[in-house]
Design a protein around this ligand. Structure first.
Ligand code: ACO
Length: 429
């Protein structure tokens, strides 16, 4: 709370509202008493001006292009940390000591297997189902398998549910992939680190040895780190809204997975790679830039623009560098998709349309190129995003459940439908 007060004048009435300050970032107007004082609601479709909660997890300054997890800049975490350490940081607020990290890593590693019965659940899906459709179903089904961690009022159960989800999500995702390509499920291996284990579950087969390249595992770990949390985005808000009704954490995360699937959100990396492939060659870029600018054409440059970043997405910078490294490790640095991506970025950043609207490449623009080079089909891209974002969802969910101010989420509306009218019987219509 600050001493600042905002005054709202409606007709001859003046109403005062407190102004709240966080540690950094814009102040917010506390309008909780607005309806009681004025009989009015605020109107803010898409919540572009609404802070829906207090949070101490992630901070974004969209104008500066800054992203902090618990205060630590994403660039430092990307360079010096690893995904599991970032998970600990997001969940508990501080970087772990050596002992804390070792215990956490062991705990997560020992929870990576899924209930054997879940294998049958997969077999109910068509083989050509989109893996995100399978993810939505299977993650929701976790609440049917782990009854001992669904009591949200028990902090111990909340803790176990959190660890289970971080640990099992790669297994669930890898199984969705294996199912779609008709290969046997691969069990997790506890002597591998988080990212290597995931690559192993996706790409090894019983018939031959599979050695994970540590450099590719590091790139995978980096992709997980960059996607771990992103403040109150659409899927996280979905998880919070679902959790506000005291729904169990598995159900809430399943709702997050469903929301993430959309091409305006997590589905954008799949859409971005499809677009780069459709463009195909550098000489066709101007045609697509012209389409993106044409108001009569619904086409948008996928992987460009962001609701919050109106400067460069700091994750995109790291991702661009990693894309070059991974393609060079794999010996495919002349990959035409990467060439189209680099040239498209160059041309768009010099184009007045994109400059005026502050449209820059976002994290999804390059992640698809990397995942494609590693060997993932495009349909798996959003699944990998869901694996990485699980810790963000669960950290935000835990924070909300522990917040004494928690209320069930219930937005209001500006009603534009018919006013009260009488029902007319069928024969008189
Ligand atoms: N290509 C062309 N024009 C664009 C693009 C784009 N990718 N994005 C925005 N614009 C234009 C809009 O047409 C609009 O122009 P106008 O002012 O002349 O009408 C202006 O830029 C502002 O666009 P809005 O849609 O109002 O911006 P908003 O903040 O609501 O949208 C969004 C953000 C949804 C990410 C949008 O930029 C988009 O659709 N991008 C492509 C999809 C994408 O990459 N999504 C990934 C987001 S990141 C993530 O989820 C991890």
């Amino acid at each position: 709370m600050t001493d600042k007060v905002a005054k709202l004048v409606i007709g001859d009435q003046t109403h005062e509202f407190p102004v709240l300050s966080g540690t950094v970032g814009p102040d917010v107007l506390d309008i909780r008493s607005l309806y009681a004082k004025t009989g009015m609601f605020t109107y803010d479709p898409g919540f572009t001006s609404t802070a829906a909660c207090d949070s101490a997890i992630t901070y974004i300054d969209g104008d500066k292009g800054e992203l902090l997890y618990r205060g630590y800049p994403i660039e430092q975490l990307a360079e010096k940390s690893n995904y599991l350490e970032v998970c600990y940081l997001l969940l508990y607020g501080e970087l772990p000591t050596k002992t804390q990290f070792a215990e956490f890593e062991k705990l997560v590693t020992r929870h990576t297997m899924v209930h054997e019965q879940m294998h049958y659940f997969y077999r109910g899906f068509r083989r050509d189902a989109h893996p995100m459709a399978i993810m939505t179903g299977v993650v929701g089904a976790l609440s049917a398998f782990y009854h001992d961690s669904t009591d949200i009022n028990d902090p111990q159960q909340r803790e176990i549910a959190s660890i289970r989800m971080i640990a099992k999500m790669p297994t669930i995702a890898a199984m969705a992939y294996k199912y779609s390509v008709g290969q046997p499920f691969v069990y997790p291996k506890n002597d591998l680190d988080y990212a290597s284990n995931f690559l192993h579950m996706c790409f090894s087969v019983p018939a031959e040895d599979y050695k994970v390249d540590p450099r590719i595992a590091r790139a995978m770990d980096l992709i997980f780190t960059l996607h771990a949390d992103h403040e109150q985005n659409a899927s996280t808000s979905t998880v919070r809204l679902s959790g506000s009704s005291d729904a169990n954490p598995f159900a809430c995360v399943a709702a997050g997975v469903a929301c993430l699937w959309g091409p305006a959100h997590g589905g954008a990396n799949e859409a971005a790679l499809n677009m780069l492939r459709e463009i195909g060659t550098v000489d066709r870029i101007p045609e697509f830039i012209a389409r993106a600018k044409d108001k009569n054409d619904p086409f948008r440059l996928m992987g460009f623009g962001h609701r919050v970043y109106k400067n460069f997405d700091p994750r995109a910078k790291v991702m661009q560098q990693t894309a070059k490294e991974v393609l060079s490790i794999l010996g495919v640095e002349n990959n035409p998709t990467l060439q189209v991506a680099q040239e498209l970025e160059r041309i768009a950043l010099e184009d007045q349309y994109f400059i005026d609207r502050k449209l820059y490449p976002n994290v999804d623009f390059y992640s698809g190129v990397i995942l494609d080079a590693i060997g993932f089909p495009t349909s798996m891209f959003t699944v990998l995003f869901a694996v990485a974002r699980t810790v963000g969802w669960i950290s935000q969910w835990k924070e909300m459940i522990g917040d004494p101010q928690k209320k069930i989420g219930r937005p209001r509306q500006l009603y534009n439908g018919s006013p009260n009218r009488d029902y007319a019987p069928l024969e008189s219509r």
